[in-house]
Design a protein around this ligand. Structure first.
Ligand code: PAF
Length: 285
């Protein structure tokens, strides 16, 4: 497996080969990322296409008070894990390679999709994500790219952007990888203290409680959905969390669900200094 830091090297390594399957990451990889790489590997196999993963901590998607500087950079270990997972090429540009000049052309997704939930609490986040993913797609020129459902809203935003900008990249969704106690794997779980780590599965447990309540009594108007959301937030607060939102939305565009829509519940909450997000699909798509 080659690790390439320059876009020109990447382009020459890929020339004459079928367009790759691509997994963009910010590194500090865990089992969830590696499952996305394996999914890319399977999707690419029939075409004999290579699998490319990128590792780039994208300053544009961090607010000034967020953890850009302290975000773990673990390139060597990441590359060992990627090689084991069947990745063919790692693209690991530095900032001067990807942003050689101030990035004043930005890709801004629509507020209805990207200004709510994560977008409301992290203004500019999805503009940073869409801008870097567009640049990465330009460098890698993949046939398909795999994004995890753990970042559910990100997946929806990227799908929308790719379609609207006719980028010609097929977007595949990867299932969320979880620890045995239900905690969604995340690069930021490493920030949790042992006590916080023991408490962290409560976020997914609250989402499961909502799923169970709706499975037992499926009729749910807007008032009942709001009550379920509020109850989950109150429980989390009582356990010492600071929830940003628990929200039941329509899966395909995260709008407020209408009767018959396939729904997903999404949540974000801080536990100590760590902000965790998670979600659970409540209906079959
Ligand atoms: O999900 C992530 O790790 C990042 O948001 C992404 C898609 C690699 C863009 O920086």
């Amino acid at each position: 497996m080659d690790v390439l830091h320059r876009t020109a090297e990447l382009r020459s390594a890929l020339s004459g080969r079928p367009p790759p399957a691509f997994v963009p990451t910010m590194g500090n990889l865990h089992t969830g990322h590696l499952a996305l790489v394996r999914q890319a590997r399977e999707a690419a196999a029939a075409r004999g296409a290579p699998v490319v993963a990128s590792i780039f901590v994208n300053r544009l998607q961090f607010a000034p008070h967020e953890d850009f500087d302290s975000y773990p950079r673990t390139l060597q270990r990441d590359c060992e894990l990627l090689a084991e997972a069947g990745c063919d090429l790692v693209y690991a540009p530095d900032e001067t390679e990807l942003y050689p000049e101030p990035q004043d052309v930005l890709v801004q997704p629509p507020a209805a999709l990207a200004g709510v939930l994560e977008g409301a609490f992290r203004p500019g986040f999805f503009t940073g994500v869409c801008t870097v993913v567009t640049k990465l797609f330009g460098a890698v020129r993949p046939q398909l790219a795999v994004f995890g459902k753990k970042d559910y809203q990100q997946l929806m935003v990227i799908r929308h952007m790719t379609r609207q900008l006719s980028l010609g990249v097929e977007i595949l969704a990867g299932e969320t990888a979880r620890d045995v106690d239900g905690l969604a794997l995340s690069s930021r779980n490493g920030y949790l203290s042992p006590m916080e780590r023991a408490e962290a599965p409560a976020l997914q447990a609250e989402l499961r409680r909502i799923a169970q309540a709706l499975a037992e009594a499926p009729q749910a108007d807007a008032a009942r959905l709001a009550a379920l959301e509020q109850q989950a937030m109150a429980t989390l607060r009582a356990r010492g969390w600071a929830p940003d939102y628990v929200a039941i939305r329509r899966q395909r565009d995260l709008a407020v669900p209408q009767d018959g829509d396939a729904r997903v519940v999404l949540a974000a909450a801080r536990l100590g200094r760590t902000r965790l997000i998670d979600n659970l699909e409540l209906d079959r798509p």
